[in-house]
Each structure stands twice: as structure tokens, then as C-alpha cells.
Design a protein around this ligand. Structure first.
Ligand code: GLP
Length: 241
């Protein structure tokens, strides 16, 4: 894993956006794997600004998001559909046919997990997958203990994850109890992975990621087995390593 140590969140976002642009320049038909949460927001902001300024053609790009909450409609302001529309898809004027997320409101959620996994396969998998990291080492919504061979599936969210994400909802009770997420093997199928981490909240997770063993109790640890991982993390996130 390559580690790029940066000063702050802004620098992390600029580096990450540049990597995505390089990829699209080299391969206009890029399949991007995208993440949500607070961490990639700056990357999306920088990306949108640069795409507008330089009039970059994104018409051949396809995107797949990592995850979505079960039970939320895409129009729900807390859904990851809404987040992606707001921060990335609409500002870039991407077509609906270019952008995929799992449907948390699907009537048959198990069927939805299969459909999503097949869609990814049909598109040839991701060229670059952007990742954040949970404080407990989760990637996507793959909580500690998830099998490294998992594909897209439904998960029961850990109480600690619900608490960490409650800041985006009115209350802890409002945070859904389940999500659909790409599995760990799905994520590992991406040809390149870029993991972002910013701020003190991620110190412990980054220490364990960089210094700990590969173990299902810490989902992100599997990334050590991937041939092409770039970690872009700021000083605060790396202060224990
Ligand atoms: C959520 C998302 C993850 C994200 C993590 C960290 O649980 N499902 O994809 O990486 O939170 O979020 P944040 O970037 O807000 O710290």
C-alpha cells in the first residue's frame, strides 16, 4: 500500500480528485467506485470545480456506489442516492444511466444484492474504488467479522456505526438498522483502490490498518493483499503511526 501523507483535508481532496482525473484521462470509459460519508465530500467538490473549469468529458464514465441504507427512498435526504445527486451527479450533469447505487427501497432486498453484483460484473468491475474507513475499520458497510469473500449483501449495522453516522440524522433512532453494501471481495475486485482518511477520529483505525494483522475483525486490513492501493491521509489521521 502506498501512503501519501498530506497536511490537511483540503490537500487530501485535491490529491484524490487528481488521481480520479488522471484515470479518466487515461481511460475515458472508466468505471469509478464511489463512497459517501464526510470524508470524500471535499474530493467531489474539487472534482466538480475542475471538471467545469476544464470542460472535462465524463460522458463515458460509469459509477457504482459502495452502499445504501435499507428502507430509504432515493429522494430521502439521508439516503446515499440523495448525497450523490447533491455532491456529484447533478453538479456534473451525469445521466441516470451512468450512475448506479444499490436500491435500499427494493421490495426484494436479497434480489437487489444479486442484481447489483451482476451489474458490476457486466460493466467489467471498477477501475478505481474510492474508500473511506469507519472508526472500527469498516469499508463500505462491511462491519468487523464480515467474510473477506463476501459479495454485495445486506448487513445489520453495528451500534457504533449507527452512533458514528447519527450526526447526519435527526436522532440515533432515525438511523436505519440495515444497509446494502458491496462485499469485501467486490471491493477487492477493483483494479485500483484509493482510501481516504482525515482527522483525529481516524487515528486508531489508521494505526491498525498500517501496523496490524490481516484479520476479518478489521475489514480494511484485507487491503494489504491488494496490489494497487493508495492511501491518502492527513497528519491528524496518521498521528499515531
Ligand atoms: C459510512 C460509510 C462508509 C464511510 C464511513 C466513514 O459508514 N458507509 O463508506 O467510509 O461511514 O464515514 P466518514 O467519512 O463520515 O467518517
Amino acid at each position: 500500500m502506498d501512503v501519501i501523507r498530506v497536511q490537511n483535508e483540503q490537500e487530501m481532496s485535491e490529491k484524490a480528485a487528481s488521481l480520479l482525473f488522471q484515470q479518466i484521462q487515461q481511460k475515458p470509459h472508466t468505471v469509478l467506485g464511489l463512497a459517501t460519508g464526510g470524508t470524500p465530500k471535499g474530493t467531489y467538490r474539487v472534482f466538480v470545480q475542475k471538471a467545469e473549469k476544464e470542460n472535462i468529458d465524463l460522458s463515458h464514465v460509469t459509477t457504482f456506489n459502495l452502499d445504501e441504507y435499507v428502507g430509504l427512498l432515493p429522494s430521502d435526504t439521508h439516503s446515499y442516492h440523495y448525497y450523490m445527486d447533491e455532491h456529484f451527479f447533478q453538479p456534473l450533469r451525469l445521466d441516470k444511466e451512468q450512475t448506479y447505487l444499490p436500491r435500499g427501497d427494493a421490495p426484494d432486498i436479497e434480489q437487489e444484492t444479486k442484481r447489483y453484483e451482476q451489474l458490476i460484473t457486466q460493466h467489467g468491475g471498477m477501475d478505481v474504488q474510492l474508500l473511506g474507513i469507519g472508526e472500527n475499520g469498516h469499508i463500505g458497510f462491511n462491519e468487523p467479522g464480515t467474510s473477506f469473500s463476501s459479495r454485495t449483501h445486506v448487513v445489520d449495522l453495528n451500534e457504533s456505526t449507527r452512533q458514528a453516522n447519527a450526526r447526519y440524522f435527526e436522532s440515533l433512532q432515525a438511523v436505519p438498522k440495515q444497509a446494502v453494501t458491496m462485499g469485501i471481495a467486490t471491493i477487492m475486485g477493483s483494479r485500483q483502490i484509493v482510501l481516504l482518511a482525515s482527522g483525529e477520529r481516524k487515528q486508531e483505525a489508521m494505526k491498525r490498518l498500517l501496523e496490524g494483522d490481516i484479520d476479518e475483525s478489521f475489514p480494511a486490513s484485507i487491503l494489504k493483499k491488494h496490489p494497487y492501493v493508495t492511501i491518502i491521509a492527513d497528519k491528524k489521521a496518521l498521528s499515531l503511526v
